[in-house]
Design a protein around this ligand. Sequence first.
Ligand SMILES: [Zn+2]
Ligand SMILES: [Zn+2]
Length: 292
Amino acid sequence: MPVNEIGAFPSKVNQIGDFPSRTIRAITLVGVVGPLIATVVAIVMLWQRDVVPADLALLVGMYLLTGFGITIGYHRFATHRAFKSNPVVEFVLLALGSMAVEGSVIQWVATHWKHHKHADKAGDPHSPLEGLFHAHIGWMFRSEKGIPGRDAKHLLKDRVAILASRTFWLWVVIGFAFPYLVDGWRGVLWGGLVRVCLTHHLTWSVNSICHQFGRRTFDTPDRSRNQWVVGLFGLGEGWHNNHHAFPESAFHGLRWYEIDLSGYVIRLLERGRMISGVRRVSRDRIMRKKAA
Ligand SMILES: [Zn+2]
Ligand SMILES: [Zn+2]
């Protein structure tokens, strides 16, 4: 079983083919359907006003923290090295990203790197050319994910990323234990399952919606698009055509009206000297890049 897909990271398995096994598919199914069912239950409870402000605070607070763990930690830092970080900040970002239950950072990066390498062509794990449902959810059950030894080589030398990958499940548990301590099972529902459901679907929308709907500002060799709803609620990740045009940029929103919450947090971290070497794209390069 390619255990690296579900979090643990034994270095010996990173060269094997990664078509998901039956066990992995069963675990993935629980991970996809469980939070969805819980969200329906939560909506019914909301209708019956069986919710307290602490639950909603947990939902919003944990959505932002773990979401930034994915967008800033997993994506902009671990995949694209859009800035430099000290080990403590890196570990905090990657632990928060792990709590989003999207797999260990090394596996996530390998799959995302493979997406950039083959975007909307043969080999892309989740292109909507194979259907919108495939791009959103179906790909997890039937396409080949990235292989760390091939697609995330730079992380295999990163001790912090390796430690975060090896302790992936611990962070997942903490991501549910914390809301339990705040408001018992109702806290787990809102700060755990509903929060995971939202993060999952916003992340997956970047793969599906942002390669199908929205504006193409730049003429990239893929079908990536800028979609403002995913941009706003997906913490800046919906400016996906900008991202494919300039993958190394720490900022996905390139104009003042392209709201990029992750970019704003990166600016704050830079001002607080917690990160450095933040990579920016000059106005000149943006102007020179061929418009779609
Ligand atoms: Zn893409
Ligand atoms: Zn990317």
